[in-house]
Design a protein around this ligand. Sequence first.
Ligand code: 5HM
Length: 170
Amino acid sequence: MTSDSTATHPTALREVFVGGPFLQLVDPKTGLMSDSDRLKFHRLIEHFEQRGATVYNAHRREAWGAEFLTAPEATKRDYLEISRSDLFIAFPGVPASAGTHVEIGWASALRKPMVLMLEKEQKHTFLVTGLENQANVEFIWFADPTEIYAHLDTAVERVLARSGERTTIG
Ligand code: 5HM
């Protein structure tokens, strides 16, 4: 018998950054994201927090639209949080989220293990779908966000196992 809490989750994840479309999901009338969009991020955040990780996520930090930071403050915090994270995970978004694509560029250059969740049968930019040979990334393709969870832990394990290996970017 072992008291090692990592026994059931062999990979220790300390800090995780969760990114994805934000501005386009904020309803101009209410100034807030819808409940279903919040739930999509909330479930992902919870998944990693239940595994003991500290999760950085702007949507929650900025109260789902109610407490937007200034652009310079959000940019600074996101860059610092991605820099310190062991894992970057994001929805690039359909339509593409401009901010998330900037973050994917940062995470690639910082050589962060990345998991990107892409929507099946939708258009995604070549510079994301072509990232596989350039950066440490796993893609999860989904039609419905609930499908993500069957593949998530395996994708995370794979990128973490490869971290430290040389990639073209960085
Ligand atoms: O361009 P868009 O809003 O979709 O960019 C979303 C990404 O930018 C998120 O992953 C989030 O980390 C960051 N972001 C932020 O931190 C975006 C906005 C609004 O554009 C914000 N804070 N207020």
